[in-house]
Design a protein around this ligand. Structure first.
Ligand SMILES: *[C@@H]1O[C@H](CO)[C@@H](O)[C@H](O)[C@H]1NC(C)=O
Length: 415
C-alpha cells in the first residue's frame, strides 16, 4: 500500500516536471519588432520574410483592413515604389477561386464570391477609407515567422498589381512594400495562423512607440495579466475593430466636452493620425485654442498639417511643448460599463521638421468619414492595444513599447 502510493507520488512528480518543461513550448505567441514612426515616416511597419528563398518585405501594420497584400511584380505595370524588390508570383502560388481561403477573403472584403469568369484565380478589389484602392489576386506562400517551430506556414495574401489614389496625410508609402491587414475577418493572417494551429487564440496586439519602433504580437500569451482596460468589441462595424460609440473630452476637470454626442469609433493603426467628425473637430480646435491662450505658442501655417503653432525659436521635441497642452479623454459606453482612454498631449500633437507644433487630430469630414471617428496610430502610442477575438473585447494598457515582451516575466506571472 505504502510502496504503491510512493510510486504514485513519484509518477506524479515526474508528470509535473514534464508539464513544467513543456510550458515554454506550449507558448504560441509570435512577437515581431516594429519599425517606423508617426512623424516623419507616417507608418509603423513589420519586416516579414516571405517566399522560397525567403525575401524581406516591409508591411504597414493596419488594423483597419482585413487583407494582407504585397506589391507584386506584374508584367504590364511598374508602379512599385517600396524599398525591396517587388514580390514575383509563380503559377503554383495562385489560390484558385473555389478555395476556402478565397471564399474567406471575398467575405471579409464584402465582395461577391463569383467564380464563373475566372475560376483559376481569386481576384479581389479593395477600397481604403482614404480613397486608395488595390486590385489583385490571392496567392499563398511560405512565411518565416519568429517562432521556435521550424515549419514555415503557408499563408494566403494578396498580390496587388494595381494601386490607385490615396491621399492620406503624412504617410510615406516608399517605406512599405505592402500592407499587413489585420482588421476583423476570417481570412486575415491571424485567423489563418489560428486555423493552422500555430497560435492557440485569435488574439493580437501592438505597441507603437512614441519615439518610433515598438512591437506586434499574434496569440494570447503576451496579454498583460493586469492593468488592462477592456471594452466589448462592437459587432456591427464590418471589418473594423470598434469599441462602439465614444465621446471626446478635453481636460474633464474643466468639463469641456469636445464631442456633444457619442459617435462610432474605430481603432486603426494603419491611419497615421486620428480623424473626428467636423463638429467635434471644430470644437476641438477652439478648445485647444482656449488652453493655449497666454502661452508662448502662436498660430501659424505649416505644410505638414492643418492646425499649427510656433514659438520664437524653432521647437525641437514634443517634450518641450507638451506641458502647454491638456490631455484629452475618449469615453466609451455609459453607466457601469463606462471606460476611458486617456490621450496625453504627445498622442495628439506633432513637432514638424520646421520646428512647429501641429494638431495630429484631423477633420474626418474632409476625407468623407462623416460620423465615423478613426483613432489613428498617433493616439495609440505607448499603449499596448489588444484585439481579443476569442472574447470579443478590445483592451489597452499604458506601456513602454521598447521592451519586447520576453518569456521570463510572463512565465513568472502565470505560475
Ligand atoms: C471640416 O471639413 C468639412 C468638409 O470638408 C468642412 O465643411 C468644414 O468646414 C471643416 N471644418 C473645419 C473646422 O475646418
Amino acid at each position: 500500500m505504502s510502496s504503491s502510493s510512493t510510486t504514485m507520488a513519484a509518477i506524479w512528480a515526474l508528470a509535473i516536471i514534464h508539464l513544467l518543461l513543456l510550458l515554454p513550448l506550449l507558448r504560441s505567441s509570435i512577437v515581431f519588432e516594429l519599425h517606423g514612426d508617426v512623424y516623419p515616416t507616417g507608418l509603423f511597419y513589420v519586416t516579414m520574410n516571405i517566399g522560397e528563398p525567403a525575401k524581406p518585405y516591409n508591411l504597414d501594420v493596419d488594423t483597419g483592413s482585413p487583407l494582407t497584400w504585397l506589391e507584386c511584380d506584374a508584367p504590364l505595370q511598374s508602379t512599385h515604389k517600396g524599398p525591396h524588390e517587388a514580390y514575383r508570383p509563380t503559377p503554383t502560388n495562385v489560390v484558385p477561386c473555389d478555395d476556402e481561403r478565397c471564399v474567406a477573403v471575398h467575405r471579409d472584403l464584402g465582395l461577391a464570391h463569383d467564380c464563373t469568369r475566372n475560376p483559376d484565380q481569386c481576384d479581389y478589389v479593395f477600397g481604403y477609407k482614404d480613397g486608395e484602392s488595390s486590385l489583385g489576386v490571392l496567392l499563398a506562400d511560405q512565411f518565416s515567422l519568429p517562432t521556435n517551430n521550424e515549419n514555415r506556414p503557408n499563408l494566403a495574401f494578396g498580390c496587388g498589381y494595381d494601386q490607385e489614389g490615396g491621399q492620406e496625410a503624412g504617410k510615406k508609402l516608399v517605406e512599405a512594400d505592402g500592407v499587413l491587414g489585420i482588421g476583423r475577418g476570417t481570412g486575415d493572417l491571424v485567423s489563418q495562423l489560428k486555423q493552422q494551429g500555430i497560435i492557440t487564440d485569435n488574439i493580437f496586439g501592438h505597441c507603437l512607440g512614441v519615439h518610433g519602433g515598438g512591437f506586434l504580437f499574434f496569440g494570447g500569451d503576451r496579454v498583460p495579466s493586469a492593468g488592462v482596460t477592456w471594452v466589448p468589441m462592437a459587432q456591427n462595424v464590418g471589418s473594423h475593430y470598434s469599441p462602439g460609440a465614444a465621446t471626446l473630452n478635453l481636460n474633464v476637470q474643466l468639463e469641456y466636452p469636445v464631442s456633444m454626442e457619442p459617435m462610432t469609433t474605430m481603432f486603426d493603426s494603419g491611419s497615421t493620425y486620428t480623424y473626428v467628425h467636423k463638429d467635434t473637430y471644430g470644437r476641438l480646435i477652439s478648445a485647444v485654442g482656449v488652453t493655449l491662450e497666454g502661452s508662448s505658442l502662436t498660430k501659424v501655417d505649416d505644410d505638414a498639417l492643418a492646425e499649427c503653432w510656433e514659438e520664437n525659436e524653432p521647437i525641437q521635441f514634443v517634450d518641450d511643448v507638451k506641458s502647454k497642452f491638456k490631455p484629452l479623454e475618449l469615453t466609451f459606453g455609459h453607466g457601469a460599463n463606462q471606460a476611458t482612454m486617456e490621450i496625453p498631449p504627445e498622442n495628439y500633437i506633432v513637432v514638424t521638421k520646421t520646428g512647429k507644433v501641429c494638431l495630429g487630430i484631423l477633420n474626418g469630414s474632409q476625407i468623407g468619414l462623416d460620423r465615423l471617428n478613426l483613432i489613428g496610430g498617433n493616439t495609440m502610442q505607448n499603449y499596448i492595444m489588444i484585439y481579443d477575438n476569442e472574447r470579443a473585447r478590445i483592451g489597452w494598457a499604458r506601456a513602454s513599447c521598447y521592451e519586447m515582451p520576453g518569456l521570463e516575466p510572463l512565465i513568472g506571472s502565470r505560475l
